[in-house]
Ligand binder design. Structure first.
Ligand code: C2O
Ligand code: CU
Length: 583
C-alpha cells in the first residue's frame, strides 16, 4: 500500500459546463475536480487550500467508510469545522475497498456549485477483480443550474417558499438537450404556482449542451451544437471493436434521478457503491444521486458506426432529450454521427421499470451476509412540512438544522449544551396515513441525533409518505456515511413489522451506501455500528438535505480515537480546548 499525496486549491472560476458561461467551484482550475486513482489499502493525503475567499469549504469522500478516521469524513458541522478562507486542511484516510466512488463539497449546497470529482479505487496489488475487461471508461453524471447556489438557497428558505421544481421545456425550444426547472411558490391550500423558469442541464463528466442538440441530425427542427468551446464539447468514449469495457458510472446530481442507456448495447451490472453485485444484464440502468455502478459493455455491434450514450431524467416530469456522449468505435472519427438516434430512456414515471431494476440488485456470492437479526429498529417517517411559513422536510417530525459546533468535537468533549436534551423518536404513529398530506403539517427543528451503541446491529426503516400537496410522493435516495448497509427489502404503503419483516432478504441482500425509497413505499436497511464516529444519514438530493431531510448517528463516541485539534477547533469546542479540554 502506498501513500498518495495531492495538493488542491478550491476556488471560484468562470466555466461553461453547458455552453453558457457561469461561475462555479473548481479545484486546481479544473471542473470536475481531479480524479483520484488509488489501490485498495492506500492512504490518501489531500492538502486542501480554501481559495474561495469569503466562504468555508469541506470535502466528503462519498462511499469511503473512514474506518478509524471519522474526522476525515468532510461533513461541515458534523465531522469537522468548515475550512476558513485561505486556510489549509489535510484529509488523511485509507481507501480500504476497491470500487467506484466520488467526492464532493458537503457544506451548504456547494456540491450543486460544481465541487465534485471521481475517486476510483483499484484492487490491491496482486489481486484481481472477479470479472474480466479490456479497458474502462468513467462517467461522472451531474446536473447544473444556471442560477447560483446562493439564489437557490435563498429561494428554498424564503417565505413564501419557492421550489426549484419540476422540469419543463417552454414551447419555443423544440428538442434541446436541457431541462428547464421552474420556480414554484407553494401557496396556501398547497396550490402550486409556477412563477419563473430555472434552467438545469444534465452533465456528463462536467459537460452538457444547453439550447442545442448533439443529435440534431436525428431530430429535425433542432439546432446543432457547434462545439467551439472545449469545456462543453461532447464526451467521447473511445473503444476498440470486440472488447469488453468497464463503464464506471456515478451520480452526484443535485436533484435529478437519471437513467443511462447505450444505443444497441446491453449492460451487465457488476458493482454498486463499491460492492460487487450478482451480475445481471439490462438495457439501461437507473442512477440516483449518490449511487455508483460498474457495468460491463461488449463492443460487439457494427464497428463502422459510432453509438450514442443517453442519460435521461427519472421520477420528475422532463420534456427533454437526454444528455449525450459518443461511444466511438475506433478507428471511426469521433465526429462521425451515429447512424441511429439516441436510445430512448424509459418514461420518467415508469416506476415499475425502476423498481424492477432496483429490486434485482443482489450481493455477489461471497458478499458477507447480514446478521440474522437486529438489536434495534429505527423507523424514520419522511414528510414534507411547514415551519413558520417555510417548507421543510422532516424525519419523525424533526427537520435537521446543523449546529454551530461540529458534533464530533462537542460529543467527544461531552459538551452537553450543544446536544438537544430530547431523544428523537424511533418510531412513528401506526395510524399515520402515508397516502395523504400530513394531518398536522407543522414541524420542529433539531434534536435528531440518534446515539448508537458499539456493535449493535441496527435496522432502519425508511418510510415514504405523501408530501404537502395531494397525490405527490417523491423518490428519495438516502445515503449513509461511515458504513455500507445491507438493503434488506422494499415494499409499498405503511411498513408493518409483523407482516413485512418476513419479506426481507436475509440471504443475499446487496451491500450499498445509498438506497432509494420509492413514492409511498418503504425500504429497510441493516448495518452494524462498528465504526465509532458521527455520521450523517440523509437524502442525497441537495435541496432536500438543505431543507432538513436527514438525521445524525452518533456511534460509540467513547471509542473515537484522538480527534485532530484542527478538525474541530471552532465554536464551543474551540472554547473548551482553550480552557484545557482534551480531545
Ligand atoms: Cu454524498 Cu452526505 O453525501
Ligand atoms: Cu429527498
Amino acid at each position: 500500500a502506498k501513500a498518495r499525496h495531492f495538493k488542491w486549491e478550491v476556488s471560484n472560476m468562470f466555466w461553461s459546463p453547458d455552453g453558457e458561461e457561469k461561475v462555479l467551484i473548481g479545484i486546481n482550475g479544473q471542473f470536475p475536480g481531479p480524479t483520484i486513482r488509488a489501490r485498495a489499502g492506500d492512504t490518501i493525503h489531500v492538502e486542501l487550500k480554501n481559495a474561495l475567499h469569503t466562504e468555508g469549504v469541506v470535502i466528503h469522500w462519498h462511499g469511503i467508510r473512514q474506518i478509524g478516521t471519522p474526522w476525515a469524513d468532510g461533513t461541515a458541522a458534523i465531522s469537522q469545522c468548515a475550512i476558513n478562507p485561505e486556510e489549509t486542511f489535510t484529509y488523511r484516510f485509507v481507501v480500504d475497498k476497491p470500487g467506484t466512488y466520488f467526492y464532493h463539497g458537503h457544506y451548504g449546497m456547494q456540491r450543486a456549485a460544481g465541487l465534485y470529482g471521481s475517486l476510483i479505487v483499484d484492487v490491491a496489488e496482486g489481486e484481481e477483480e472477479p470479472f474480466k475487461y479490456d479497458g474502462e471508461l468513467n462517467l461522472l453524471l451531474s446536473d447544473w443550474y444556471h442560477e447560483s447556489i446562493h439564489t437557490q438557497m435563498v429561494a428554498l428558505s424564503s417565505k413564501p417558499f419557492r421550489w426549484i421544481g419540476e422540469p419543463q421545456v417552454p414551447s419555443h425550444f423544440v428538442h434541446p438537450v436541457f431541462v428547464m426547472w421552474q420556480t414554484v411558490k407553494m401557496l396556501d391550500h398547497d396550490r402550486i404556482e409556477f412563477v419563473a423558469a430555472w434552467i438545469l442541464s444534465l452533465l456528463i463528466n462536467g459537460r452538457g449542451q444547453f439550447n442545442c442538440s448533439l443529435a440534431a441530425a436525428h431530430t429535425p427542427g433542432t439546432k446543432q451544437c457547434v462545439t467551439v468551446n472545449r469545456q462543453c464539447a461532447p464526451v467521447v468514449l473511445p473503444v476498440q471493436p470486440n472488447k469488453t469495457y468497464r463503464l464506471r458510472v456515478a451520480s452526484t446530481t443535485s436533484l435529478a434521478s437519471l437513467n443511462l442507456a447505450v444505443g444497441n448495447h446491453k449492460l451487465t451490472v457488476v458493482e454498486a457503491d463499491g460492492n460487487y453485485v450478482d451480475p445481471f444484464v439490462v438495457d439501461d440502468i437507473d442512477i440516483y444521486s449518490g449511487d455508483s455502478y460498474s457495468v460491463l459493455l461488449t463492443t460487439d455491434q457494427n464497428p463502422s458506426s459510432n453509438y450514442w450514450v443517453s442519460v435521461g431524467v427519472r421520477g420528475r416530469q422532463p420534456k427533454t432529450a437526454p444528455a449525450l456522449a459518443v461511444l466511438n468505435y475506433r478507428p471511426n472519427r469521433a465526429s462521425k454521427m451515429p447512424s441511429m438516434a439516441p436510445p430512448m430512456t424509459p418514461a420518467w414515471n415508469d416506476y415499475a421499470h425502476s423498481k424492477a431494476f432496483t429490486y434485482r440488485i443482489r450481493g455477489r456470492a461471497g458478499t458477507p451476509p447480514p446478521p440474522a437479526s437486529a438489536d434495534r429498529r429505527i423507523e424514520l417517517l419522511n414528510t414534507q412540512n411547514r415551519m413558520d411559513g417555510h417548507i421543510k422536510w422532516s424525519i419523525n417530525n424533526v427537520s435537521m438544522v446543523l449546529p454551530a459546533t461540529p458534533y464530533l468535537g462537542s460529543l467527544k468533549l461531552g459538551l452537553k449544551s450543544t446536544l438537544a436534551a430530547a431523544r428523537p423518536a424511533e418510531t412513528f404513529s401506526r395510524g399515520y396515513d402515508v397516502t395523504r398530506p400530513p394531518a398536522n403539517p407543522n414541524t420542529t427543528v433539531g434534536g435528531n441525533v440518534y446515539v448508537l451503541r458499539h456493535n449493535d446491529t441496527v435496522d432502519v426503516v425508511l418510510q415514504n409518505a405523501n408530501a404537502l400537496a395531494h397525490n405527490v410522493s417523491e423518490v428519495h435516495p438516502w445515503h449513509l456515511h461511515g458504513h455500507d448497509f445491507w438493503v434488506m427489502g422494499y415494499g409499498e404503503g405503511h411498513y408493518d413489522h409483523g407482516r413485512d419483516a418476513k419479506t426481507l432478504n436475509k440471504v443475499n441482500p446487496p451491500l450499498r451506501n445509498t438506497a432509494v425509497i420509492f413514492p409511498y413505499g418503504w425500504t429497510v436497511l441493516r448495518f452494524v455500528a462498528d465504526n465509532p464516529g458521527v455520521w450523517a444519514f440523509h437524502c442525497h438530493i441537495e435541496p432536500h438535505l438543505h431543507m432538513g431531510m436527514g438525521v445524525i448517528f452518533a456511534e460509540a463516541i467513547e471509542r473515537v480515537g484522538k480527534v485532530p485539534r484542527e478538525a474541530v477547533s471552532c465554536g464551543a469546542t474551540a472554547t473548551a480546548l482553550m480552557n484545557g479540554a482534551h480531545l
